[in-house]
Design a protein around this ligand. Sequence first.
Ligand code: GLA
Length: 804
Amino acid sequence: MPLLSPRLRTSLMLGLFGSALGLASPAFAATAPAASASMPKHSFTIGDEDFLLDGQPFVIRCGEIHFPRVPREYWKHRLQMCKAMGLNTVCVYLFWNFHEWEEGKFDWSGQADVAEFCRLAQAEGLWVILRPGPYSCAEWEMGGLPWWLVKHDNIGLRTTDPRFLEPAKRYLKEVGRVLGPQQVTHGGPLLMVQVENEYGSYGDDPVYMGALRDALVEGGFDVPLFACNPAGAIANGYRDDIFQVVNFGQGAAAKSFETLRKFQKTGPLMNGEYYPAWFDVWGRKHATGAPEPIAADLDYMLKHKHSFSIYMAHGGTTFGFWPGSDRPFLPDTSSYDYDAPISEAGWVTPKFEAIRDVFAKYLQPGESIPPAPAANPVITIPAFTLTETAPVLTNLTKPVVDATARHIEAYDQSRGITVYSTTLPAGPAGTISAKAVHDFGWVFLDGKAAGVFDRRSRRYELPIPARKSDTRLEIVVESMGRVNFGKEVYDRKGIQGPVRFDAEGSAPAVEVRDWKIHPFELDASDLAALRFAPAKDAAKTKAAGPSFWRGSFEITEVGDSFLDVRNLGKGMIWINGHNLGRFWNIGPQQTMYIPGPWLRAGRNEIVVLDMIGPAKPELAGLAKPILDVLRPELDFARPARAKGEFSAAGVTAAHSGQLRPEPEWQTAKFAHSASGRYLAFEALEAHGGNTHATISELDATDASGKVLSKAGWKILWVDSEEVTAEAGYADNMLDGQPNTHWHTAYGNNKATPYPHRVVIDLGESTSIGGIRYLARSGDNSRPGRIKSYSVYLSDKPFGLALPE
Ligand code: GLA
């Protein structure tokens, strides 16, 4: 159809089809928001059975996309891709910290200009669902919560604690000011707004949810407000004045909607997050999902007129410092490709086509799906060398002094790296330790490497040799993303002191004091202050410890590219001043997406911070991404597991019992509490005589039934886990995510018979009164549902050899 003004086009189409089909109703006109200066206002309500757009039933075919994860120059392209996949709505999180990184200073410009993003969505004929937080999760730094909240000791995050609630309400008011005018009721594309995010997986206080609801209303939102939760958490904090949607993955639609209906007797059934795959964390297998089961689930939901939101429709890239960490501490990759139907660079995928084919069957009369826009140009960049270096330890920033070493927020540092330095007096060998070091601490004695503190295995103790004279102790601490899920969001970074030195022999440990703390926010001014020198000898530079490197390359054509970082170690990259994000040679991600608009014809400059040093200071730009190559052998400090054969000889089972196969929480109370530092769970038999064992979540309770924190727990040993065909790590039973699970090995004929056992190190001897268990999600046909089991507790590691 020739290009006519949107208003004219709409009325024409109405005229044409409406009369043709005798449907002169607004429904057709309302399937896509009109995009003209004077926006028609619409009503969007929740009926007894359907969503009603201008009073007409409306099924939401939604997909999630995060504007901070897409270069602004590509917003329009990605939105056109969403439309071309057959979506009629996009779902958008706001990340509070992205708009208020400094307390009281809001930013809604440039990459943070969400109002413009909404206008572009409307222009592409897409409605918008808004999820402003204040907490969002989303594998984003601290789940979207601002770092400055944890400057307060003992603050209650995501509670009615005024130190949390007041700034949260101020932020939501600001959101109302910026996005209120974008509501359908005001001529914009915004259909409904979410209150918090999966709050039921964190707390159960309806007053808190009510306070946020009221803040959104006071902020000017008059469209429906809703909340999302996985099925098992809907009850927590439930309010009947907030519409509920349910989040679930593959094969769980019918069951989840059944559970939702138990709470919400009327109204349309909507899925708030449907996962086509999952996110990646460093050191774990790249998550993927086949198109077929997704197409089947979406077909099922559309057949039943259920609405949904695909999480993620387009993942994009978590540039800069923004990647969070999954609990307990599993840092998220910078690529957020998520194996989504629209790839990280905005390409069509087989999943995209499978979904579009399903949607094409369920279009409203007169509705059509436009063709996908052309992909953006892609270039390769011939290999180039980083020719200059600037070691961190000889480029220190202005220090603050402190008698005792504290977390970085106490020094008003928000992120980056921090060098803690002091003097260790001459004296005997011993060990140095801290309560915790978030997240990695490279230790140097008079400039020589002396080991690494590693949060993954909670290695917060290191041997220190004897010293003939006073010795300079420097600890270069790298803060990765703050944990974005669960109680671990209280993720203060840096050294959680006091630091102690425990000399060999009987003398009591002493506190190491009088520190200089050199904060590196790694912002433009820090980078500009670096003194680079020609990189003479890579090995020497490597010995100098964490270093910045610099190089450049020339190109004639500009286009997207994938920076090959396989020669590098672990750190962060800036290209022409843009913070591209983190890299880590253990993978699975081995390339970094470079958006074309961040490159320029001619000379382009790269700065790299490498904490462990490159194998070779050489990079190149590839035409395709590499997101699925694990290199555990390169890990500088592999989280160690115990070795040897499991034996419970001489240990009486604290409890034995039966489990149901359903993916619902099951609690078992022991006849008598039992104590020990090590908890062994022994699966004896599976439902259906299967040889596999799987567990989604395993908790322990005290004698009163209260669920104990798992913050200090780690998997010490497991007889079998599948880590090739899927990411079936035993650690999954400790991550608080109902969508991940431990799965015993099955790839390459590695299946092993029952019994299957896992040993958890609780960190200290603990009195346990029971366990809480969640089977893997999905229907009972999924293998590995444990039937009978026993639990053992002991202060000895069941005959296993503890890691060095
Ligand atoms: C949850 C959260 C999302 C995201 C997904 C995993 O359900 O609500 O923000 O973290 O898990 O990608």
